[in-house]
Write a protein that binds this ligand. Structure first.
Ligand code: SF4
Length: 340
């Protein structure tokens, strides 16, 4: 399992790597770039020696993007497929995002007990242009608890998306322009602002949650953004600023609270939010928040600065003034949500 910079997930899991290009979106595939850099053949699909069983080791719930260096449904992986589904089944606390450019292989590769879909699996197709919207038609017919589209690298407008959303239920759409260099082998291609804005509008009209990941290098240059991939939401024009996740299908329960500081920053409101949850304070023994009283005498002044929410985690950032040295300090407390 690897920590990832992909904004719409917590971690990537690459139980195997290597792939073959299937369409225009693959032209400047970063897996090819990285494998070639290390002198490896990107076309050879290999089981990972270190990462195959990685999710089994993760105790806290994670949103996991599978196969950022391959395609989950690639033929060569059929030999490992039963074992891969078993790993997913035996880790129901994780949520797996399976994204493919090979939807025609999904049906034959699903496990026998798939039914209406596993609760912890989202199925998605990658669509770079209108021509490849056919992939959504195939996924539209297959049962899954959450279905999504990744329009990245977006290489053209998607006028057919409206019809897709009218015919089939999709829950989520990710949008991103292509990252790349101006010269050399791995380039970027054009992505127009209006293409992204149109997709956002269609999603809104059809009640599909939408997540704009990055503008890509073309728009980064055009809009004069600082981030090299155009991935910083605060730099964007207002009409792009949207990062939603699919609705949680079931009720959430608090499982663990991880604090990166002493658990002494509990105001009335924080205690209320965390009441009954467990504070994991690193080297110290876990403590359960039972009342407001225990904390109020530890901090003189406390105020919430911000709240950040991802699919599995809510993080509260507080500023507080300790009674001892009176220097204002920040701390953050994350509540990890078990989505079961
Ligand atoms: S399907 Fe994905 S991993 Fe495979 S070549 Fe295309 S972009 Fe690369």
């Amino acid at each position: 399992m690897e920590q990832t910079k992909i904004q719409w997930t917590d971690d990537t899991w690459n139980p195997f790597h290597g792939c073959h290009k299937v369409s225009e979106g693959c032209k400047y595939c970063y897996m090819y770039r990285d494998k070639e850099r290390y002198g490896k053949d990107p076309n050879v699909v290999m089981k990972s020696k270190t990462g195959f069983y990685a999710p089994l080791k993760w105790k806290e719930p994670r949103l996991i993007f599978t196969c950022s260096w391959s395609d989950w449904f690639i033929e060569e992986a059929d030999q490992w497929r039963d074992e891969l589904w078993e790993i997913i089944k035996s880790t129901p606390h994780h949520t797996y995002q399976i994204l493919t450019k090979r939807p025609e292989r999904i049906k034959q590769c699903l496990p026998a007990d798939w039914g209406q879909g596993y609760d912890n699996v989202w199925l998605g197709v990658s669509v770079e242009n209108n021509k490849n919207l056919d992939r959504c038609m195939i996924l539209g017919e297959i049962p899954a608890k959450v279905k999504f589209i990744s329009a990245e690298p977006l290489l053209g407008e998607l006028p057919g998306l409206n019809e897709i959303f009218s015919k089939f239920k999709f829950d989520w759409c990710i949008i991103g322009g292509e990252s790349g260099n101006s010269t050399g082998k791995y380039l970027y291609r054009e992505c127009k602002l209006e293409w992204i804005v149109d997709i956002i509008k269609t999603c809104k009209e059809k009640n599909v949650k939408v997540f704009v990941k990055q503008t890509g290098t073309f728009l980064k240059k055009q809009l004069n953004l600082k981030d090299s991939h155009g991935g910083k939401i605060e730099e964007w024009p207002e009409e792009l600023k949207i990062r939603e996740f699919p609705d949680k299908k079931t009720s959430s329960t608090l499982s663990t609270v991880v604090s990166n500081d002493e658990p002494k920053v509990k105001s009335k409101s924080l205690s209320k939010e965390l009441s009954g949850a467990t504070l994991n304070t690193g080297s110290k023994a876990n403590r359960t928040v039972t009342s407001e009283k225990s904390s109020l005498d530890l901090a003189k002044e406390i105020k919430k600065i911000e709240t950040e929410e991802t699919f599995h985690k809510v993080t509260y950032v507080y500023e507080y003034v300790p009674t001892i040295n009176k220097n204002p300090m920040n701390t953050s407390v994350s509540i990890i949500i078990n989505n079961k």
